[in-house]
Design a protein around this ligand. Structure first.
Ligand code: 1CP
Length: 319
């Protein structure tokens, strides 16, 4: 169910009430427990590690806070060359050892029954937060930075890319079975700018990781990049809900695995309607080379029965 899979679960909310966000990320026992919570309840076919894309900027010496009812907040955003120069390049095994410990513990808890997915934000999506300083509907400051100081922007993107490659390789070495790259704000860029400021860096990560583990690339709002993604060494492509399954198949040549793409707010519909929509979605993608998923992250107030209808519909499909 994409990111924040556990957010709507009462057992998650209990731990959320006791420990702040980064304590949950940095304590392997808590992170692994949150990872397996939705799996225990619903029996999915894969688990995604509880963590966040913003642990990377944090490891690069950029302060990141997670404010309740607000989201990520970075009090000293980077907006010039001097800021880019101040970014440090950490040893991931050292700075992010807590993630590797959480992976090992989660693998033990999963007892090899289902695969574990590790993830990272795309360099562009991380730049969005690092420059804007918080979530945004437009990420105008991030785009302004790229378009007025392209050299500094490219240096920052390359630094994030290099760390992300080391980080994902370390995650694979620690035990994850596949990695997913979240380009959540790819759709903020037009097709040519996407190529320059996002895709070339995503592709470096895919190239570097594909020999080590299957790579899933998810871009939100950038269906125009699907043909490019299909030509890369990625093993699967995540699709958001604004693209018809048939269109996604056409743009990707029909041979690569696709993942997606129910509108997350469709889980507010009745369980009967959700089941119908899921069946239609599987019919449209075709059941081969296909991973059922939402088109973006689940919302925290989705009723449990509605989430359950989503999973049940998948398991009941064709029977
Ligand atoms: O499902 C899971 O729990 C898996 C772990 C996971 C993942 C894969 C979390 C936990 N975050 C993410 C990825 C992530 N984080 C993305 C990429 C995917 C996507 O677009 O959904 C992004 C953009 C973030 C940044 C982030 N972290 C936001 C979004 C803010 C915005 O600009 O819209 C938020 C709200 C967070 C906090 C967060 N991360 C994860 C959880 C469970 C939460 C909720 C807060 C909490 O638990 O206190």
């Amino acid at each position: 169910m994409m990111r924040q899979a556990g957010r709507f679960l009462p057992e998650f909310m209990e731990l959320r009430g006791k420990y702040d966000f980064f304590t949950r990320c940095q304590t392997p026992e808590l992170a692994s427990e949150i990872t397996v919570q939705p799996v225990r309840r619903f029996g999915m076919d894969a688990a995604i590690l509880f963590s966040d894309i913003l642990v990377i900027p944090q490891a690069m010496n950029i302060e990141v806070q997670m404010k309740p009812n607000f989201g990520p907040y970075l009090p000293t955003p980077i907006r010039d060359q001097a800021g880019v120069d101040r970014v440090t390049m950490p040893d991931v095994d050292d700075a992010l050892s807590y993630v590797m410990e959480a992976i090992k513990l989660t693998k033990e808890k999963l007892e090899d029954e289902i695969p574990l997915i590790g993830f990272a934000g795309s360099p562009w999506t991380l730049l969005c937060y690092i420059v804007q300083g918080q979530g945004s509907k437009t990420f105008d400051k991030a785009r302004q930075f790229c378009f007025t100081q392209p050299e500094a922007a490219h240096q920052l993107l390359q630094k994030i890319t290099d760390i992300t490659i080391a980080y994902l390789k370390a995650k694979v070495a620690a035990g994850v079975d596949a990695v997913q790259i979240f380009d959540s704000w790819g759709g903020m860029l037009g097709p040519d700018d996407y190529q320059e400021f996002s895709w070339q860096y995503n592709n470096q990560i895919i190239e570097a990781l594909s020999a080590h583990a299957p790579v899933i690339i998810f871009g939100k709002g950038c269906w125009f990049a699907l043909p490019e993604m299909a030509k890369s060494n990625a093993s699967a492509i995540g699709v958001d809900w604004t693209c018809r399954p048939q269109t996604a198949r056409k743009l990707t040549g029909g041979n690569i695995t696709l993942q997606g793409n129910l509108d997350p707010t469709r889980l507010y519909s009745s369980p009967t309607k959700i089941k119908k929509l899921v069946r239609e979605m599987i019919d449209a993608f075709g059941k081969d080379k296909y991973i059922v998923n939402l088109g973006h992250g689940i919302l925290p107030d989705i009723p449990l029965d509605n989430a359950k209808a989503f999973f049940d519909a998948v398991k009941e499909y064709g029977s």
